[in-house]
Design a protein around this ligand. Structure first.
Ligand SMILES: [Zn+2]
Length: 161
């Protein structure tokens, strides 16, 4: 029996919301009074997607490939990291089938920005926009996510050869 050469992956990331930083989500800059803290541009959604892709290809995680101790990644655009991850999974013969993701945040409203995020992510992953699902949900005012202290993102992906 031959098994289909498909792999599932999942990724999760959290960054703290702080003043004095731009808010970059899904590769898109969003007007907001706070931004995400991190060594890179702290794009929590792209980081979760990177980890899902790496996990599906059994290539460890984003920190293994792009150390937050390395000065060359300071302030880096996470679209560059995702592009590198697509190359890494490509070296193992994989390409992306689809992504499903969820961003947990109280504010700002993500829905108006989702089509642009889908365009940006789909072009990096070389898939149709219809293969990039992005959902947003609040945390019902509960704990650090509900109190707008942090944003969390989950991503699942399917790869095939
Ligand atoms: Zn991150």
């Amino acid at each position: 029996m031959t098994r289909p050469d498909i792999k599932i992956g999942s990724g999760i990331d959290v960054h703290q919301l702080v003043s004095g930083r731009d808010l970059i989500l899904g590769g898109v800059k969003i007007d907001h009074e706070k931004g995400l803290q991190g060594h890179s541009d702290a794009d929590v959604l792209l980081h979760a997607i990177c980890d899902a892709l790496l996990g599906a290809a059994n290539l460890r995680d984003i920190g293994t490939h792009f150390s937050d101790k390395d000065a060359k990644y300071k302030g880096i655009d996470s679209k560059i990291l995702l592009t590198e991850v697509v190359k890494l999974i490509g070296q193992k013969g994989y390409h992306v089938v689809n992504i499903d993701s969820t961003v947990i945040l109280e504010s700002p409203k993500l829905n108006p920005h989702i089509p642009e995020m889908q365009r940006v992510i789909a072009s990096i992953l070389k898939v149709d926009e219809d293969s990039v699902s992005i959902k947003a949900t609040t945390h019902e005012k509960v704990d650090s996510f509900g109190e707008t202290k942090a944003i969390k993102a989950y991503a699942a992906c399917l790869l095939n050869k």
